[in-house]
Write a protein that binds this ligand. Structure first.
Ligand SMILES: [Zn+2]
Ligand SMILES: [Zn+2]
Length: 343
């Protein structure tokens, strides 16, 4: 029987420096030893013990990490790891804190609607949305808002919302010393809606970020807070039984608009498909076009995820069709926008 080795402990054995704040999480961030990474682009996935560098795309399991770091053959790396008694000890599982369920959809929708109503869209964000292919009506309908910088702004927001709404377990809200707070990075807020148009959750596009620009508004592990789930954003004509699937709510909104209302199902990441089956069922989807970014042709991590997606769709009785376009355009929205301007 082949042994499996824990990715974080193996990386430790390789002397790879970690982002200490991420230790103990499901995904640990570290400095990639292969590409002169000065930040932490190497992600160590503890769920399946694989590593992936978002800078140089190095990718593999614990054995290949150890082999490449120590210039060993795969077989020799395997034997060295197998001889390491500490690596072979059963891994201590961190006791997970009691999982909190987010507030039900009706309450999330009410709170998030009130939140967006009390914010404006900055001129800068509006121009950016127009440049990406949206028009004024679509911007209005989408409900995008700007969350300004500064803790005072967020504290005031939480204080005023808590007067009218029950913020308990609504992802993004939590209490400190009994006072409601709103945790989020500043940036563009993007509502993630269900098949009935209700706001399930909110994603924020960070203004100043290189990696992982999009994050869920979440207050996991905070008092009276809750984690966000991998909610699927639904945009376009929900009467159709054929849909496109892509990564990112904003990308879907733009692509749907540019194609006259094509139904788009938008997951937050290629691996974030746990809630997809219930969306497929609610909309009675029969056929799905996969329109993930074109780096799917070269990124092994995405390729693996697409194989899993294909299986998931088959298991739900949904036909799968990959959709490719000129890879000069990374996102399907970039491609559609370029095409619509060329006509
Ligand atoms: Zn790298
Ligand atoms: Zn990977």
């Amino acid at each position: 029987m082949l042994l499996k080795f824990p990715i974080v402990q193996t990386a430790k054995k390789c002397g790879i420096p970690f982002d200490q704040r991420t230790l103990g999480r499901a995904v640990v961030e570290a400095q990639c030893p292969f590409c002169g990474d000065q930040r932490h682009h190497l992600f160590l996935y503890t769920s399946d013990d694989h590593f992936h560098c978002y800078r140089c795309r190095a990718h593999g399991n614990a054995v290949s990490l150890y082999a490449r770091c120590n210039e060993l053959s795969y077989a020799n790396a395997y034997h060295e790891l197998a001889d390491d008694k500490i690596l072979r000890l059963p891994q201590k599982r961190e006791p997970r804190p009691q999982a909190v369920e987010p507030a039900p959809i009706e309450r999330r929708h009410a709170v998030y609607t009130a939140l967006l109503d009390s914010l404006a869209l900055s001129q800068e964000h509006r121009e950016n949305l127009l440049e990406r292919g949206l028009n004024s009506e679509a911007i209005e309908a989408g409900g995008y808002r700007s969350l300004p910088y500064g803790k005072e702004v967020r504290d005031a927001l939480a204080a005023s919302l808590s007067q009218d709404c029950n913020l308990m377990h609504v992802p993004g809200f939590y209490t400190a010393n009994g006072i409601w707070q709103f945790t989020a990075w500043s940036g563009l807020l993007i509502p993630v809606r269900d098949h009935l148009g209700r706001i399930q959750g909110i994603q924020v596009r960070l203004d100043r970020a290189e990696k992982r620009k999009y994050r869920w508004v979440s207050s996991a592990d905070l008092p009276n807070g809750a984690p966000a789930r991998g909610w699927v954003h639904v945009t376009g004509d929900t009467g159709r039984r054929t849909a496109c699937i892509t990564e990112g709510a904003l990308k879907g909104d733009i692509s749907s608009l540019l194609t006259g209302g094509t139904l788009f199902l938008c997951v937050a990441g290629v691996d974030s498909t746990a809630l997809l089956p219930e969306t497929l069922k609610a909309l009675k989807i029969r056929k799905v076009y996969e329109t993930f970014d074109m780096d799917k042709l070269t990124n092994p991590h995405v390729r693996d995820a697409l194989k899993r997606l294909q299986k998931l769709l088959a298991a739900n009785g949904v036909q799968y069709r990959p959709y490719h376009w000129n890879p000069e355009y990374k996102g399907v929205d970039d491609y559609l926008w370029a095409r619509s301007r060329a006509i």
